[in-house]
Design a protein around this ligand. Structure first.
Ligand SMILES: N[C@@H](CCC(=O)N[C@@H](CS)C(=O)NCC(=O)O)C(=O)O
Length: 210
């Protein structure tokens, strides 16, 4: 065992059996080549576990037995540790801007998914597809196009991973052609999926619908 491996904390990532809010964290860990336990909590165990995690939600990362919550705080912490926050403070902030903007888009998506009235839901979905998506994706496309396929600067950052995961979900939800008008975003996703450590993770990860 090398000195580096000896100093590596022990990590356990606790989440449900889904990509959801944990997959970008898994990408960071895969990219950094860090060993960790990928614990996937079955539904029947959740009510009991819920009482013992910091904010009653998952994902939670255990670092040498200490539990921390909040997916993006976890991802940012690991990204900082493993050199995935860009070249300087400015780029680190640009990563946050994109991650938070993708979070805003996700919130809008949840709005229509939560709608129980089927008619209203279809209306909201149509508005989401016609207005919300182009608003955000055109801005993302411009940024990524300007950076030659990188979310920020000219190197891989955790923002690339957040994009790759979101775009995969997006294509799954709206069909394979959903990114047709966004070539820079498509190429970002392809580049990330082609990184050997990420490709290896994708090939072996459990198959889940979301
Ligand atoms: N802001 C939190 C939100 C976490 C969250 O919404 N977790 C959901 C799963 S994606 C959860 O634990 N749901 C079960 C529950 O609330 O009982 C984060 O990003 O980690």
């Amino acid at each position: 065992m090398t000195e580096d491996q000896q100093q590596q904390p022990s990590y356990k990532l606790i989440y449900f059996n889904a990509r959801g809010r944990a997959e970008h964290i898994r990408f960071v860990l895969a990219y950094a080549g860090v060993d960790y336990v990928d614990e996937r909590v079955p539904k029947e165990r959740w009510p009991e576990l819920k009482k013992s995690v910091p904010y009653g939600q998952l994902p939670v990362l255990e670092v040498d037995g200490q539990r921390v919550a909040q997916s993006n705080a976890i991802a940012r912490y690991l990204a900082r540790k493993y050199g995935l926050v860009g070249a300087d403070e400015w780029e680190a902030m640009q990563c946050d801007v994109l991650v938070d903007s993708l979070g805003d888009l996700r919130q809008e998506l949840l709005q229509f998914q939560k709608e129980e009235d089927l008619f209203k839901r279809e209306e909201k979905k149509a508005k989401f597809a016609k207005e919300t998506i182009p608003f955000f994706l055109n801005k993302f496309e411009q940024t990524v196009g300007k950076n030659n396929g990188y979310a920020v600067g000219s190197s891989t950052t955790w923002a690339d991973f957040v994009f790759a995961v979101a775009l995969e979900n997006f294509e799954q939800m709206f069909g394979g052609g959903a990114l047709e008008s966004y070539p820079a975003l498509r190429s970002l996703k392809q580049r990330v999926h082609g990184i050997p450590a990420i490709a290896e993770w994708i090939a072996k990860r459990p198959h889940t619908s979301s």
